[in-house]
Design a protein around this ligand. Structure first.
Ligand code: FAD
Length: 420
């Protein structure tokens, strides 16, 4: 580990890695420290069966062709599921209530409700108001349950805690999956970056002329620090700042609490979906159980069941078996009980209790969407901030985090008077 550098980067997720690459190109020195045993942060793949990869975190190259990881994947010779994005078009969104598909009229009414809700959110944002989504959508509508579930999955919070301004500013296109894991793509892309793994930053002291960063392996000194950890880590006080961060920064951190998306991947020993069954479902029952289900979107014998917000956190806390049972029940709601015979194994995420993220991504509280800009603002021209929460537009995404790292690197170079 270098003892002195221009920039100490904290966190080797997409933001920290892209910042490191950019700083290197700009001729600045850096020391990149990562608490965990691996790079990639919230982008991480596990092989759940030979050749079958499951992304515990980020799985889709949002925005499709414009996503910078498309070019990176091409360069690395990594295959993307470009032909799979069609499954996420609205026309392919399937709705199942109490185990039955909506009929044509019900489906039209459901889509109309979704559309009306999006319009209400967008109109509120255009008027300059930032309120909770629950304040502007019709909660009594018969299709409110799947809508609530979809928002909780996409935002990690329930609609009473999701900001209309932030929602309206997000890009909707889901894009492409990575057949052999987005986590593997990011790990391959970041492999040439020198990272000190298993190095948890406990303290950042910016009281003197330099910034010093305390880790169990020793103290590192630098001219500046770039902090890319989640707002969950910052809000929890995992890193002690001396002096403390200014009030405006602390308010920004607390205005952007972490949401939770829980993913349960189920692998079957046979194709239980059939070619016609592949796609993207919202399923809900009158007992209140609702989930989003991706059935074999990559053409494999897998389904991913998603829940978010309070339900996601609750399920995570009940443990792996409860998550497994919930997921198998939801898949059976759609495809019938025979699928149970073919369940081979499952994999369950637990982002809300992950010690290095404390949640899935930041979701601004209603009225707090503007705090993303404050989170991004440097402190004293020595503490810089990047990461998905600092982005407005590609917020909560991997490419947003990537772009924020490049932005921060340029910002630091400019402060240190380095000409590109
Ligand atoms: C379930 C889930 C699904 C998602 N799906 C998608 C998707 O389909 N498409 C998409 O674009 N995005 C998706 N995302 C979001 C995307 O994964 C994140 O926005 C992005 O990866 C965040 O990158 P980052 O660099 O900002 O943060 P991180 O990846 O969290 O990187 C920060 C790093 O800091 C490290 N760290 C934490 N504390 C310390 C410390 N004290 N000292 C040193 N290091 C520390 C962490 O270990 C981590 O590696 C998903 C995320 C989740 C959780």
């Amino acid at each position: 580990m270098s003892s002195e550098s221009d920039v100490i980067i904290i966190g080797a997720g997409a933001a920290g890695l892209s910042a490191a690459k950019e700083l290197g190109q700009l001729g600045l020195t850096y020391t990149l420290v990562e608490a965990s045993h691996r790079i990639g942060g919230r982008v991480y793949s596990e092989e759940i069966a030979p050749g079958v990869w499951f992304d515990l975190g980020c799985a889709w190259l949002a925005g499709g062709a414009t996503n910078p990881f498309v070019a990176i994947a091409d360069e690395l010779g990594i295959t993307l599921g470009k032909d799979k994005s069609n499954l996420y078009k609205e026309k392919n969104h399937r709705f199942q209530r109490n185990g039955a598909s909506l009929n044509k009229d019900q489906r039209a009414a459901c889509l109309r409700f979704y559309d009306d809700s999006y319009k209400a959110i967008s109109a509120t944002a255009k008027q300059g108001h930032d309120v909770a989504i629950s304040d502007v959508v019709d909660l009594d509508n018969e299709f409110a349950i799947p809508f609530l579930c979809n928002v909780a999955v996409a935002w990690g919070k329930d609609i009473d805690l999701v900001s209309t301004a932030d929602f309206a500013n997000a890009t909707g296109e889901l894009g492409f999956p990575v057949l052999h894991g987005f986590g593997n793509l990011v790990a391959a892309w970041g492999a040439d970056v020198v990272v000190s793994l298993n190095t948890c930053v406990e303290r950042i002291d910016w009281s003197g002329h330099r910034v010093t960063v305390g880790t169990p392996k020793g103290v590192i000194a630098g001219r500046t620090a770039l902090i890319t950890v989640s707002t969950g880590i910052l809000a929890y006080g995992d890193i002690l700042f001396t002096p403390g961060l200014p009030d405006w920064k602390t308010e920004a951190i607390h205005g952007l609490p972490m949401g939770t998306e829980t993913k349960i991947g189920v692998y079957f020993d046979a194709d239980v979906f059939g070619a016609d069954g592949r796609g993207y479902y919202s399923t809900w029952n009158d007992d209140g159980n609702a989930a989003k289900v991706d059935a074999s979107v990559m053409g494999l014998n897998t389904a991913t069941v998603f829940v978010g917000g309070r339900h996601g956190v609750w399920l995570e806390k009940r443990g792996q078996q409860a998550c497994h049972n919930f997921a198998v029940d939801r898949i059976a709601d759609i495809f019938g009980n025979d699928i149970r015979k073919h369940v081979n194994r499952s994999i369950v995420t637990a982002w809300s209790t992950d010690p290095w993220t404390r949640g899935s991504w930041a979701c601004p509280l209603p009225g707090q969407a503007y705090q993303r800009a404050n989170l991004q603002r440097p402190v004293d021209e020595r503490l810089f901030f990047a990461g998905e929460a600092t982005v407005y537009g590609g917020q909560g995404t991997c490419h947003g985090a990537y772009q924020s790292g490049i932005r921060a690197a340029k910002q630091i170079a400019s402060k240190l008077n380095v000409k590109p």
